[in-house]
Ligand binder design. Structure first.
Ligand code: UN1
Length: 506
């Protein structure tokens, strides 16, 4: 089945290996990388990783492509991205199956991921006619002042395994309409998804006589990641992953005065007040905590319940967790697939040990599942506010339960972590909802009322505060990160006038 799937995507034959440098199309023979199916633990295929020399060649291609791409009118660039969206639409189901196979994400969520790619291409195509700059009135007579936005250059995109292709598309679609070219370093857990998407990009580029706009380099942090972050030819590095990785990227890029766009760890809380619609809350908690097996940066990791509803909601949650079917992510009845690899299972078990040592009580799940692949039980831990483990992001389906007395205490508990990506409150009270959204409310980049912490739309900016890194991707004015701003003043008066009423040398 997996062979047929790969062949549909033009990825066969299996176990032969692929060039890590798709744009160059040559077969550089370096370290082989195995793509492992997390549902079985078996290798799906092996790919060749790019060497530093390959990387340099790709940067050169991307840099050259930039020289003409930046002069292509933005609406024409938008047309290319529109076609890319159509390509994703055509291949939606096959690509989604590959995502399920390689990441363990259940098929409906994988379909959603591809839909997110289509959506961002639609948004970017429209945006290509709306890269607005402001004008203002000059204090000098017969002067015109305005801002304009120019392409930046080659943008480096470092993406994570959990959204192996959507996060690439958020960056690439917007960067491309902005006139940038892209070098993508995907997660080493998901090289096949990256190659499949690169092939779709190649198809659209070659149909339009283009080359080097979208480029893929598959290789490890050392040397490929380090090369990207240290490369003066890459003015912006957009990186998604752990806070540890982001800190390294930020330091290296800052040293050369480059720009970063960081989407790092989340430790998202969902607050349920006594007046909440509990059915609504329950459904959203389940998707937030168990979606992508707890491996979204937006996963609900902490459930903060007001004391009045805590016993009832906890009981409902426990009974729902027991009915979750865990298994093959391609099986329509499965709700939760495996974790990405064995290390992730160990990390989860280690976190649970620490949680117990710190006084947490496992009330559901808590173990790995004895079968092939990297399956774990979805886990609920009764916790308290001074357990340090709840301040860390463990990329696994662990939900910590916390009880509070008041809205103020709920918000303080929620904000009492180093991360600041997503947050949610369930309440029927307008006053409580507005308090949560106000300046003394949630300190996160995303704040939702009566919907969960995960599953954001692409229409507005996505990203978070504090250790989440501060970056904003996708919609709204996130495009400005991918361009350079220029403030222009034109003097058409025919005489010299200085600003600030300065009389110089008269
Ligand atoms: C991520 O986990 O890195 O809001 C991105 C969501 C998705 C994107 C998650 N739209 O859950």
């Amino acid at each position: 089945m997996s062979r047929a799937l790969l062949e549909t995507l033009g990825l066969g034959p299996i176990n032969v290996g692929f060039s890590g440098v798709c744009v160059c199309g040559h077969n550089s023979s370096h370290d082989k990388l195995a793509s492992v199916n997390p549902s079985s633990g078996l290798t799906i295929a092996e790919v060749h990783q790019a060497s530093l020399a390959d990387y340099r060649q790709v940067v050169e291609t991307a840099r050259k492509a930039f020289l003409s791409w930046r002069m292509t009118p933005a609406p024409q660039r938008g047309e290319i991205v529109r076609q890319l969206g159509e390509e994703f639409r055509k291949q939606k189901e096959d690509l989604a199956k590959l995502i399920s196979l390689e990441t363990g994400k259940i098929l409906p969520e994988a379909m959603g991921e591809v839909q997110e790619m289509i959506d961002i291409c639609v948004l970017a195509a429209g945006l290509s006619r709306q890269l607005y700059g402001v004008t203002t009135h000059s204090e000098r007579q017969r002067h015109r002042m305005f801002e304009q936005w120019h392409p930046l250059g080659v943008v480096g995109v470092i993406s994570a395994f959990n959204f192996p292709v959507a996060v690439f598309a958020w960056n690439a679609a917007i960067a491309a309409v902005c006139g940038d070219t892209i070098i993508w370093k995907p997660s080493l857990e998901t090289p096949l998804c990256a190659i499949a998407v690169q092939k779709m990009c190649n198809e659209v580029m070659s149909r339009n006589g283009l080359r080097g706009i979208f480029n893929l380099v598959i290789g490890p942090d050392e040397p490929i990641g380090e090369a990207i972050t240290g490369d003066m030819q890459i003015p912006l590095v957009s990186a998604t992953g752990s806070t540890r990785m982001g800190r390294r990227v930020a330091q290296r890029v800052a040293q050369r005065f480059g720009r970063v766009l960081l989407e790092l760890g989340g430790n998202n809380a969902l607050i349920v007040l006594n007046d909440a619609d509990l059915d609504l809350a329950l459904r959203n908690i389940l998707f937030g905590a168990l979606g992508t097996a707890g491996q979204r940066c937006t996963t609900t990791r902490r459930l903060i319940m007001q004391r009045g509803i805590a016993p009832k909601l906890t009981a409902q949650l426990l009974s729902a967790y027991k009915q979750m079917s865990i298994g093959n992510p391609l099986d329509p009845s499965t709700v939760m697939g495996p974790l990405i690899n064995r290390k992730a299972v160990i990390t989860m078990m280690d976190a649970l040990l620490v949680a117990q040592q710190q006084g947490g009580e496992i009330v559901c799940g808590g173990k790995s599942i004895e079968r092939n692949g990297f399956f774990v039980e979805p886990t609920i831990v009764k916790a308290h506010r001074d357990m340090s483990i709840i301040k860390q992001e463990t990329f696994a389906p662990i939900l910590y339960l916390l009880e509070v007395n008041t809205l103020e205490e709920a918000i303080a508990t929620q904000n009492d972590v180093p991360q600041g990506l997503s947050s949610a409150i369930f309440t029927e009270s307008l006053r409580s909802a507005e308090h949560f959204l106000g300046a003394e409310g949630s300190d996160c980049g995303i704040a939702n009322v009566n919907l969960g912490t995960s599953g954001a739309e692409i229409g507005l900016a996505f990203g978070g505060e504090k250790e989440t890194g501060g970056g904003r991707e996708a919609g709204s004015d996130a495009w400005k990160s991918y361009m350079r701003r220029q403030t222009c003043t034109v003097n058409w008066s025919g005489r010299s006038q200085l600003a600030q009423e300065i009389n110089f040398g008269k």
